[in-house]
Ligand binder design. Structure first.
Ligand code: ARG
Length: 457
């Protein structure tokens, strides 16, 4: 049954009905729709706009519908126009006249705006929870790998040695910022549009504060035209989701590289990789590749929302119905991606010896060799030149700096002494770097404490 049939005499074109209908996707927030209606009905009763008996009848009717859908006793009818019409028509069928009063002082415009806020603020919480779980996995790896040496890269060229703890600590920070972005968005969006009506409020003495607080909002939205047409919060959430995917995608890219035969830094667990139908030797990092690929999809949803809103005059326009599929798809993608990435990371095997060997072979201690000369009285620019020539020599001899004899060192500069070997050992190179945020032992201790604080906050 249509909620708006009165003014019409002709039938709706079949394709129009299908094109217009939103039940196939807005049925997802049936819980929010019912909770919002209960809060509205109780407020109407409290204000004497409907009688207390009617409010109680509606309350009971809606509670029953809720538990019947939950238990599978009531199927949502996919022929209905949207979830709002479905719930209202079942209610009226079940409780009669009182059901027809539920929509007093309300429009589907503020109703859908309310449902979407309630649903999406919950999504923000869920995603933050999953991120925290992923950070916990990362934190475990951080604590286990303070002495797992590896090359740090710039330009994807070996640069200076770091530890796996330090490298993973960078991702911990990214996901910490992501969580704080979600929290910011949550606090800004947590206002109830219910009571905005179609666009211009209503003449009934609604208590918007009461309805807002019943539904755990910080308060009502301030302007009714904005209340029904604002979807900024979805842009903020989609932007936060996009940034999360971008971070996961960077991490995925590294895992894909580390998993190559050329690197062999990691081995992905069988449960999180797949094989090839033709090449028996293959074990592919599909999850990492899919996370990288699906990032584009979430960016797409953000673009959808920005574009839907850019030319919209105030207040409600049907274009706004497009917010749902875009947001739901992004939400599903981001939650699946975090969950699977977390599973992959918590079961991955790090080939620690290969990683350390890679750091040794790549002249990652060249800066430290130059610093050694500086501490022995040579100006940095000259030291840089001496070590540059030493590196060339090593490349020619296919040796690492650590493999040279003291005589070979001294043939480049008499400033070299026996202590050069200790000064450029992987362990020393890393452990000495103790500025805040660096990979040295003291700095990592500080980082671990900081991570712990983040997870306990
Ligand atoms: N399905 C609609 C949406 O998602 C609900 C609001 C309908 N309002 C209206 N004036 N037709 O936006």
């Amino acid at each position: 049954m249509k909620l708006w049939g009165g003014r019409f005499t002709g039938e709706t074109n079949e394709l129009v009905a299908k094109y217009n209908s939103s039940i196939s996707f807005d049925s997802r927030f049936w819980r929010e729709d019912i909770k919002g209606s209960i809060a509205h009905a109780l407020m109407l009763g409290n204000q004497g706009i409907i009688t207390r008996e009617e409010a109680d009848q509606i309350h009971k009717g809606l509670t029953d519908i809720y538990s019947d859908i939950e238990a599978g006793r009531l199927q949502i009818d996919m022929e209905a126009e949207d979830i709002h019409s479905f719930v209202e028509s079942v209610l009226t069928e079940r409780i009669g006249e009182a059901g027809k009063k539920l929509h007093t002082g309300r429009s589907r415009n503020d109703q859908v705006a309310l449902d979407m806020r309630m649903y999406s603020r919950n999504c923000a919480k869920e995603v933050a929870k999953l991120l925290k779980k992923l950070q916990t996995t990362i934190f475990t790896l951080i604590k286990e790998n303070t002495e797992t040496y590896m090359p740090g890269f710039t330009h994807l060229q070996k640069a200076q040695p770091v530890t796996l703890s330090h490298h993973l600590g960078a991702y911990f920070e990214m996901f910490e910022r992501d969580r704080s972005r979600l929290k910011d968005a949550y606090n800004r969006m947590n206002f109830s549009p219910l009571g905005s009506g179609a666009l211009a409020g209503t003449t009934y003495p609604l208590d918007r504060e009461m309805a807002a607080h019943t539904l755990d909002f910080a308060g009502p939205t301030e302007n009714s035209m904005d209340g029904v047409s604002d979807r900024d919060y979805l842009i903020e959430l989609l932007s936060a989701f996009s940034t999360i995917m971008m971070h996961l995608s960077r991490f995925s890219e590294e895992i894909i590289i580390w998993n190559t035969n050329e690197y062999r830094f990691v081995e992905i667990d069988d449960a999180y990789s797949t094989g090839s139908s033709i090449m028996p030797q293959k074990k592919n990092p599909d999850i990492a590749e899919l996370v990288r690929g699906k990032t584009g999809r979430v960016y797409g949803s953000l673009m959808t929302m920005l574009t839907v809103l850019k030319g919209l005059p105030l207040a409600y326009n049907k274009d706004l119905q497009e917010d749902k599929e875009a947001f739901f798809d992004a939400y599903d993608t981001v939650t699946d991606s975090i969950t699977l990435f977390d599973g992959m990371l918590s079961t991955i095997h790090f080939n620690k010896e290969v990683m350390a060997q890679s750091a040794r072979n790549g002249f990652t201690n060249a800066t430290d060799a130059a610093d050694y000369l500086v501490t022995h009285g040579i100006p940095f620019r000259d030291a840089h030149g001496i070590i540059g020539r030493l590196v060339l020599y090593c490349i020619d001899k296919q040796k690492a700096l650590d493999d040279l004899t003291l005589e070979e060192f001294q043939s480049f500069s008499p400033a070299f002494g026996e202590d050069i070997f200790d000064a450029i050992s992987l362990k020393t190179c890393v452990e000495k770097r103790n500025t805040i945020g660096a990979p040295g032992t003291k700095a990592i201790e500080r980082m671990i404490e900081h991570c712990e604080n983040c997870l306990n906050a």
